[in-house]
Design a protein around this ligand. Structure first.
Ligand SMILES: [Fe+2]
Ligand SMILES: [Fe+2]
Length: 171
């Protein structure tokens, strides 16, 4: 593994940057490449969200320095993105819908990353204020990421699970 990070936030921020570069690349790509990049970026975001949901967000929840509503808002944004991710990875989209849906996902993620990274307010800032052990968290995240990547390679990575949003609700 060539990547080395100072702590969990550095790793999460690197994921954000990698993700945004891929969304930008997809904008000018051929339909075939849009699909290839799209699948890659959806899986990357899916794994990133899992790491945040299993380690980062729960560690902050209930801490005096944390804003619980802001945490929930972030997780609702995850759910919103996961609806599109599961749809994009379903293989049910033709070229006319895959690209536009990917574009919307990219816009949502850019907004979400900005909020997580927001100085003096976002969850990354809150985690530093709360004095979380972000070095220990990095080790946990990297171990879990290796598992998830192995599942992905084996074709066993399940659909992203929605935590707050019931996507099947019609009324
Ligand atoms: Fe997130
Ligand atoms: Fe994130």
């Amino acid at each position: 593994m060539a990547d080395s990070y100072t702590d969990a936030i550095a790793k999460l921020k690197a994921d954000h940057d990698k993700t945004e570069a891929l969304f930008a690349k997809a904008e000018d790509a051929s339909p075939q490449d849009v699909r290839k990049i799209g699948v890659q970026v959806c899986n990357l975001v899916k794994i990133h969200m899992t790491l945040e949901e299993e380690y980062f967000y729960p560690a902050l929840r209930g801490k005096a320095e944390a804003d619980d509503d802001k945490l929930t808002e972030g997780l609702v944004e995850h759910d919103s993105g996961k609806v599109l991710i599961n749809d994009l990875l379903s293989g049910d989209n033709d070229d006319d819908t895959f690209g536009p849906k990917l574009q919307v996902l990219g816009e949502q993620m850019e907004h979400h990353h900005k909020e997580e990274e927001e100085p003096g307010k976002g969850v990354f800032w809150q985690a530093r204020e709360a004095g979380l052990d972000l070095v220990a968290m990095l080790d946990q995240m990297l171990a879990r990421e290796a598992e998830l990547k192995a599942e992905l390679k084996a074709g066993d990575l399940p659909d992203a699970e929605l935590l707050y949003v019931d996507a099947g609700k019609t009324s």
